[in-house]
Design a protein around this ligand. Sequence first.
Ligand code: 13P
Length: 255
Amino acid sequence: MDKKRRPVIAGNWKMYKTTSEARNYAQSLVGLVGEISELDIVVCAPFTSLPVLKEELKDTIVHLGAQNMCWADEGAFTGEISPRMLLDVACTYVIIGHSERREHFRETDEDIARKVKAAIASGLKPILCVGENLSQRQEGKALAVVRAQLQHDLLELAADDLRKITIAYEPIWAIGTGKTASSKDAQEMCAAMRSTLSGISGSIAEKILILYGGSVKPDNIAELMAQPDIDGALVGGASLTAEGFAQLIKNACIA
Ligand code: 13P
């Protein structure tokens, strides 16, 4: 694999798996991908499974991530989980601003900007999700929407912190629908995003990882990975079995 940036393949389990299911999954995945050194592997699990995964993934090549967090380290925020708590269960990554959080839980760009800043300040690596919906794409507004999200969500960051962020381009119409953006469209968008990032951060943009997400499967990952501005994937449904996710990771390495 010949990539400018070290790729990341991250699984987003969303709201799936009990603690015993998580334990079985982790044991299988580690057995299947233990030899892989070409890229970084991340599993982003529900909060309840993180302590079990901390145990199972200790001293393995699989990194642990959460799917959301609060911007505060502690305080009167009923129902929230803080960056400090995520570090305590060995998370190194955290997904921020997933479209499902923006849509169902009304997270705003302002909330997301605060979370990205707090994640970096605490030493977590944020995976910031951006992406347009179907009508925005059909109206030719996809790039403008994504640009605005990047500009708002990264507003709070110092230039030096920008290099610590990973972006996931996840067109909403491709999530869970089986419709992937074509590798050409995904590449075009990721390249345009990189040029927006270079407007914000100059040459640091060349170091920022941009992942693609939306119906990524074992049979389309290689083509996506072959694109110069796609540095990996954020995978939902196809990360839910250890065998399927391991296959997808192996196919990503072939690209
Ligand atoms: P699917 O891979 O199931 O389309 O989900 C993508 C996603 O939302 C990952 O965060």
